[in-house]
Design a binder for this molecule. Structure first.
Ligand SMILES: *[C@@H]1O[C@H](CO)[C@@H](O)[C@H](O)[C@H]1NC(C)=O
Ligand SMILES: *[C@@H]1O[C@H](CO)[C@@H](O)[C@H](O)[C@H]1NC(C)=O
Ligand SMILES: *[C@@H]1O[C@H](CO)[C@@H](O)[C@H](O)[C@H]1NC(C)=O
Length: 332
């Protein structure tokens, strides 16, 4: 997809730099892992058991909601709640759901693709309304008992997203000239080729950390919370992931990332295509899935347990966030 690879503002690391740094890296799967899953819902018990098995390299997961999905046994993984839009931010039940989470939950993701439309999984919020709600409802959680570490809203990986963030920041400072909208980390989405990903992360780092007003050593880290190469065949997708994982693992300003998605090929949405799936239709790891799970996992490997967990709990609305990005790229 050449439209994804067009250079953006921000530093574009050369392939040589990337390859050199990644070969220097010897990171064992479970030590200092940054890896997690963006969980859209998977009714197959064995798949979820494999993802959360004791030697999993995955350390965190989220499901675009303030409370965890029932079908994921989560003792080994940090659940990361997300406040999707204005309604969730102001609702009292969100506060209750957050306080019921285990102590291991410490990070909170704010507004999901506010520059995107609701029917593509976004929350469609104006920067002005988002700033007001963020200051009223989200900042207090940061300062509350659990001292949640809070992300900036996660925009689509696009020029629209960057414009939205600029306007959001302006509105924040209009409302609170001293603090703006304080946050602890940056959440980023990317659907596209590897070099576009590197460029987009460079742009966000430049926007917040180089150009932003934070002092030396106070830079925010990036979490890549949605990540995939849509609409490519399995082999091209494996190559993209094979470049991406070592790159993100060695990049200091990236703290965590999550591939989209942890589902079977059959359950992939039309926009991403089957190539992104970590499981094949029989519940075996795809080559991509084996690469994501790393050492000790192999293609075709299945998890333990039987059958499907009754009814599909997937929230299909969440399968759609890439749509907006697609629309944006096609009109660009
Ligand atoms: C950072 O600042 C430079 C210099 O003013 C500007 O050219 C660049 O576009 C800014 N980057 C972002 C991501 O806003
Ligand atoms: C947000 O706006 C403030 C006030 O104008 C400015 O100092 C700061 O650098 C901006 N931050 C970002 C990330 O653009
Ligand atoms: C990933 O890349 C390395 C070299 O950088 C290569 O040895 C390995 O076979 C590749 N793995 C896959 C699954 O493509």
């Amino acid at each position: 997809m050449t439209r994804d690879t067009r250079p953006r503002r921000g530093q574009i690391p050369t392939l040589l730099t990337i390859l050199t740094t990644s070969t220097l890296l010897t990171l064992s799967a479970t030590q200092n892992s940054k890896r997690g899953i963006a969980y859209v819902g998977n009714p197959h018990v064995p798949d979820n058991a494999l993802l959360t098995s004791t030697n999993t390299p995955l350390i965190w997961y989220y499901n675009w909601a303030p409370s965890p999905p029932r079908e994921v046994p989560s003792a080994n993984l940090e659940f990361v709640p997300l406040i999707h839009g204005l309604d969730e931010a102001s609702s009292e039940s969100t506060g209750r759901q957050l306080s019921n989470l285990p102590d291991s939950s410490r990070h909170l993701l704010s507004f999901n693709e506010p520059d995107g439309t609701t029917n593509s999984g976004g929350s469609s919020i104006s920067p002005e309304d988002a700033a007001q709600s963020y200051i009223e409802h989200i900042v207090p959680m940061r300062n509350g008992n659990r001292a949640w570490k809070i992300s900036q809203p996660s925009v689509t990986g696009s020029g629209n997203g960057l414009d939205w963030l600029r306007r959001f920041n302006e509105s924040c400072y209009e409302l609170d000239a001293e603090n703006g909208c304080p946050a602890d980390f940056i959440a980023a989405h990317w659907y596209g080729a590897f070099d576009g990903l590197a460029s987009w992360l460079g742009t966000l780092d430049e926007f917040y950390n180089t150009n932003g007003s934070r002092g030396e050593g106070e830079g925010m880290k990036i979490w890549v919370t949605e990540l995939a190469l849509p609409q490519q065949d399995a082999q091209v997708t494996v190559q993209m992931m094979n470049l991406t994982l070592p790159y993100l693992d060695q990049l200091d300003y990236v703290e965590r990332y999550a591939w989209f998605g942890a589902f079977r090929a059959d359950d992939a949405n039309e926009w991403t295509g089957d190539g992104v799936a970590l499981f094949d239709d029989d519940g075996g790891l795809t080559e991509l899935g084996a690469l994501y799970m790393g050492d000790g996992f192999s293609e075709g490997q299945k998890g333990e347990g039987e059958g499907a967990a009754g009814q599909l709990l997937a929230n299909w609305r969440m399968m759609l966030p890439p749509l907006l990005t697609a629309v944006w790229f096609s009109i660009y």
